[in-house]
Ligand binder design. Structure first.
Ligand code: ATP
Ligand code: MG
Length: 411
């Protein structure tokens, strides 16, 4: 991508009402646009990052047997009435709308109900199980507060995976696999060393659920971490009985603010019973399908990455999620130098490198470097008359001060 053609420009200031660090930096660098509180548009650079995160999620979820679908946002009220979740007293964050005829519809805040109902068309016998179905799709939630930038939106992407099993044992096995997949995802997104599997409330059907909590000052949750065991407990369930249960000692736990980047939940028959999702087992008996749900917020991951990986000058993307692998900054002025810089750009591209090429003419070197720091691509290649005199380019990492000269033949 030639930067001269990128329609977004960097900005000195974020909107005055934007209080979160992640949105401030992402808006200034041209990754996102704020439509209104809790509602953000992804611009070309931002969409590249989001797609990378989504693809990491896809790879890891496909690797444990996930099959991707894309359900609808518009939701049929009658399905939700079966589980009691249509009621605004039970679910306080519904966005609802209606057809011209007056028929009420909901905008999905999650998809247990419609997917469970849908799977009735496909599951009859034990031979049809287990199944693992997921999507990366927009959710709508009328959140009370939305001051955490892209980490708490009223319209946001969620990867939601649902497991359909024959027995609790089969559910437990997949649940453990999902923990490994989630750990891989957060590692690859550069959040690994600060993310803890955290015991949280399990609702009525199971003792605990597990949250993946990333330690950050920007977090809205409080967790208590045992660093040695690499485990944590959410404040909402912290009590003597739970500590005892988990073999943890209060004095070994440290309190930290954290961001819930994902969570996994054993729902068992909570949805299959009321919606009638059953199967005939090997013994000829009809049984309810045993379910689990596994959520991740790709946008929240992106916001968390920015909260963790930045300095005074801007964002520092981890390699796997960076919008481009290389930021090629050209300070070339003379035609022959520009031609050389173009050749380097083409050479990198021919090697399947994703390159943002700052080919802008009439922009000062200082401004180009400042933009590069703000945008945060981890590797920078600078080409100028000085480097070309030595038949070289200068290579510098975003998070390091020193740079190296590399001969053009060795790029
Ligand atoms: P929270 O406790 O933060 O409100 P939740 O427990 O309601 O989230 P789930 O419904 O389980 O979250 O959603 C799964 C994942 O979706 C969360 O772990 C988070 O990564 C993401 N997510 C949830 N709500 C939002 C939101 N409002 N904006 C962006 N991402 C969200
Ligand atoms: Mg939660």
């Amino acid at each position: 991508m030639r930067q001269s053609q990128l329609f977004t420009k960097t900005r000195k200031e974020a909107p005055a009402d934007e209080v979160s660090k992640n949105a401030q930096l992402l808006i200034r660098a041209g990754f996102i646009h704020k439509e209104m509180a809790g509602v953000y548009t992804y611009l070309p650079l931002g969409l590249r990052v989001l797609d990378k995160i989504n693809n990491i999620i896809r790879q890891e979820i496909n690797a444990i047997g996930g099959q991707e679908v894309f359900l609808t946002s518009l939701q049929d009220k009658s399905v939700w009435e079966k589980t009691g979740r249509w009621s605004d007293e039970v679910v306080d964050n519904w966005f609802k709308t209606e057809l011209k005829s007056g028929t009420e519809l909901g905008l999905g805040f999650t998809h247990e109900e419609p997917l469970t109902a849908l799977m009735k068309n496909h599951i009859n016998s034990y031979k049809d199980l287990p199944q693992y179905v997921y999507q990366i799709q927009t959710k709508f939630r009328n959140e009370m507060r939305s001051k955490s930038g892209i980490m708490r939106c009223r319209e946001f992407l969620m990867k939601d995976l649902y497991s359909f099993s024959r027995s609790e044992k089969e559910l437990d096995d997949f649940y453990e696999k999902s923990k490994i997949a989630y750990t891989n995802i957060f590692n690859r997104c550069g959040l690994g060393d600060r993310t803890y599997i955290t015991f949280a409330s399990g609702g009525t059907f199971s003792k605990y659920s597990h949250e993946f909590q990333t330690v950050s000052e920007a977090g809205e949750d409080l967790i208590y971490i045992d660093k040695e065991k690499k485990l944590a407990v959410n404040k909402e369930v912290l009590n003597d009985e739970v500590l005892n249960d988990l073999g943890l000692k209060r004095k070994n736990l440290i309190e930290e603010k954290a961001i819930e980047v994902g969570n996994i939940f054993k729902q068992k028959t909570k949805f299959s019973e009321p919606l009638g999702l059953k199967f005939i087992d090997e013994d000829g008996k009809e049984k309810p399908v045993i379910m689990g749900a596994y959520g991740i917020g790709p946008g929240r991951i992106m916001g968390t990455i920015v909260e963790l990986h930045n300095d005074d000058n801007g964002i520092i993307w981890p390699e796997e999620v960076a919008p481009f692998a290389v930021h090629l900054i050209s300070l070339a002025r003379e035609d022959v130098e520009v031609k050389k810089a173009d050749e380097i750009y083409e050479k990198l591209q021919s090697q399947c490198m994703e390159v943002l090429y700052d080919d802008r003419q009439g922009v000062q070197a200082g401004k180009k470097f400042a933009d590069g720091d703000l945008i945060g691509i981890p590797k920078r290649i600078i080409v100028s008359s000085k480097t070309l005199e030595k038949n070289s380019v200068e290579v510098k990492m975003r998070n390091q001060d020193e740079s190296n000269l590399i001969n053009l033949d060795n790029i």
